[in-house]
Design a protein around this ligand. Structure first.
Ligand code: PEP
Length: 249
């Protein structure tokens, strides 16, 4: 089995400003580089500012969504090549907020992953069940359906060039976290699903946990064998808290 380097990704969601970019980057750069690989997924409009402030740092840049289209008459969209051009290397795709609020279906998520890969952006594919789905014992069926849609479109090897994030919807921004055992159970099943398509890709792919990760609960979650890091929302707005979570990975 290969050792997977931990990956910790900040998701600022629709928060931040040019001043916040400067302050966050200054605070993070003042600390010794963590061993984990790190990325910051910020609103597209702040990526240029962050590219300046985070140059010479270990934090890679990422976006929070990408258009499924390459270019043209798609008002309001941001293409994968534009994100690459401004310095992004990663992109979150299929976050539950986009699935529930902005109509990202499994098919559209797969199309966005394909568009990202075509431009060399590394997709972070998010999957996760709602509370009702968990309570009706549908967790594995739902996350496997979400991930299979992407594997069917781009293949398991391509998936492994990015990362997968398991984010139970009921744990995002709620202060409720899956227990390490609950999360490990889902991560292990997702890895087994990928292995059915490509065992090497399954071994290599990083599966991140997301949902109210904080400095106080990160180490226990990250100690699970199939949890390879985290996707961090609220706590990533503080450079110090995000750094502490990176150190736990
Ligand atoms: C997220 O937005 O991906 C997330 C996990 O949010 P939070 O950490 O705030 O729950």
């Amino acid at each position: 089995m290969m050792t997977r380097r931990a990956l910790v990704v900040a998701n600022w969601k629709m928060n931040g400003s040019t001043a916040a970019c400067e302050a966050w980057a200054g605070a993070f750069k003042a600390l010794p580089a963590p061993e984990a690989e790190t990325a910051l997924c910020a609103p597209a409009v702040l990526l240029g500012c962050l590219a300046q402030h985070l140059s010479q740092s270990c934090v890679a840049l990422g976006a929070q969504d990408v258009s499924e289209y390459a270019s043209g008459a798609y008002t309001g969209e941001t293409s994968a090549s534009m994100l690459r051009d401004i310095g992004a290397r990663w992109v979150i795709i299929g976050h539950s907020e986009r699935r529930t609020l902005f109509g990202d279906t499994d098919a559209r998520v797969a199309a966005k992953v394909r568009a990202a890969l075509a431009c060399g952006l590394k997709p972070i594919v998010c999957v996760g069940e709602t509370l009702a789905e968990r309570e009706s014992s549908q967790t594995l069926r739902i996350v496997e359906k979400q991930l299979t849609a992407v594997i069917d479109a781009v293949g398991a090897q391509a998936l492994a060039s990015g990362a997968v994030a398991y984010e139970p919807v009921w744990a995002i921004g709620t202060g409720k976290t899956a227990t390490p055992d609950e999360a490990q159970h889902v991560h292990c099943n997702l890895r087994e699903l990928i292995a059915r398509f490509d065992p090497k890709a399954a071994d290599a792919v990083r599966i991140l946990y997301g949902g109210s990760v904080k400095p106080s609960n990160a180490a226990e979650l990250f100690s699970q064998p199939d949890i390879d890091g985290g996707l961090i929302g609220g706590a990533s707005l503080s450079a110090q808290d995000f750094y502490a979570i990176c150190q736990a990975a």
